[in-house]
Design a protein around this ligand. Structure first.
Ligand SMILES: N[C@H](C=O)CCC(=O)O
Length: 421
């Protein structure tokens, strides 16, 4: 494959944009490909190369790229202009859909990114409980804000900076870490810090170090433990929301968190974040209460219009049901190919999420760090040259969209068979 134009763009970009990218996860060594367009399950670079895309913009594009129904909603909104600085009927419509799908979300606020949603939810949890400490899961990624950049997954782990410099120790000393799938450790840390513990925040399925699934009754036990100790439970469903089920992981696993954060799919590819939950907690948000949160682009009309269009399409077409079946089939196809290969590979995933771990089945962050990340990157490059774009890191998940076809799956499996050791 020829990447001449991308290389040229990178050489110019890197002089003005650190790493030549606007988010570190997009940095691919020796240089990333620069995208010209995307449609359905395919992404096209500036050199005219076509790839089957499993990165899918890191999750929002559940219907595939450029879906007509969402595009039309955005175009219709553009005709009416796209930013007002006032509330709109669109926010009311969007809120109705979310409360219907997420019974735990009695009230909500719209923001512009998943990071903003988790930042606001954590502030709110602290303001409501009048306590300072939070627990996050090792390897969990809740965006790029100060309180959660500790043992953070995603690009922070990929680039070897799970604890970013630039964050005062006084901020992260209140962020305690426990391994995923370890309820005993969670109980111990809560017990030790009970008087100052505001909340536990976690991705119900760890999605930013590849999908790692909850074992047994882990989530149910966590719900019981946090409730018994007056600690708020925040589900970060920015990845799992609207994907595992219409009502996200909380519907799929039958758990009711106190607060939830959503994003990605909810904006149909336009910038969005949502945090919401119990009414008594949400009423603490300004102007009803003293916990402050604000944003010029919050509730952006294009994001709301695209979000409504995508949520309606998902509902009318029972998309999650279809995708969950396709995800199961595709993971089985992949497992059949890599299962007998050595060294060990493990196909992990749930619903329309998947990853091939270059190692044994991980239960938590420490396990996934033992995987052969360099071996994965070699595989990534071979796959790219075979026309398949996977996330450029062992510490991310792949996404299947409604636009992925049997032909895509078959071609991908052929490429995996060819490119894996
Ligand atoms: N894994 C990240 C979020 O889900 C990827 C997005 C980014 O950091 O640009």
């Amino acid at each position: 494959m020829n990447f001449e134009k991308s290389e040229k763009l990178y050489n110019t970009a890197k002089t003005m944009i650190p790493g030549g990218v606007s988010s570190p996860v997009r940095a691919i060594k020796p240089f990333p490909f620069y995208t010209a367009s995307a449609n359905g399950s395919k992404i096209y670079d500036e050199d005219g190369n076509e790839f089957i895309d499993y990165c899918m913009a890191y999750g929002p594009m559940i219907l595939g790229h450029n879906p007509p129904t969402v595009k039309q909603a955005i175009i219709d909104q553009l005709d009416k202009s796209w930013l007002y600085g006032t509330p709109t009927a669109l926010e009311v419509e969007m809120a109705k859909r979310i409360t219907n799908l997420y019974p735990s979300v009695e009230m909500m606020r719209f923001v512009s990114s998943g990071s903003e949603a988790t930042m606001s939810a954590i502030r709110l949890a602290r303001g409501f409980t009048k306590k300072n400490k939070i627990i996050k899961i090792e390897g969990g990624f809740h965006g790029a804000h100060d309180a959660v950049l500790v043992k953070a997954g995603s690009g922070a782990t990929t680039h070897g900076e799970p604890n970013s410099p630039g964050i005062p120790a006084g901020v992260t000393e209140h962020t305690l870490q426990v391994p995923y799938n370890d309820i005993e450790k969670m109980a111990e840390v809560i017990e030790k810090n009970k008087n100052d513990m505001a909340a536990v925040i976690l991705e119900p399925v760890l999605g930013n170090v590849g999908p790692i699934l909850p074992e047994g009754d882990y989530l149910k036990e966590l719900r019981a433990l946090t409730a018994e100790n007056d600690v708020l439970l925040i589900f970060d469903e920015v990845i799992t929301g609207f994907r595992l089920a219409p009502g996200g992981a909380q519907e799929y696993f039958g758990i009711k968190p106190d607060l939830t954060t959503l994003g990605k799919i909810a904006g149909g590819g336009m910038p969005i974040g949502i945090f919401g939950g119990r009414k008594d907690i949400m009423e603490m948000i300004s102007p009803n209460g003293p916990v402050y949160q604000a944003g010029t682009f919050s509730g952006s009309p294009c994001s709301m219009s695209a979000g409504i269009a995508v949520l309606d399409y998902l509902k009318e077409n029972k998309v999650q049901e279809t995708l969950n079946k396709r995800g199961d089939n595709f993971r089985k196809m992949l497992s059949d190919v890599v299962g007998d290969k050595k060294p060990d590979y493990y196909v992990s995933g749930i619903s329309s999420l998947f990853v091939i771990f270059f190692g044994e089945k991980p239960l938590n962050y420490q396990d996934v760090l033992k995987c052969d990340a360099a071996g994965y990157m070699e595989f990534f490059h071979k796959m790219l040259n075979s026309g398949v774009f996977l996330p450029p890191s062992q510490f991310e998940t792949n996404f299947i969209s409604l636009a992925h076809t049997d032909d895509d799956f078959n071609k991908t499996v052929e490429a995996v068979e060819k490119n894996i050791v």
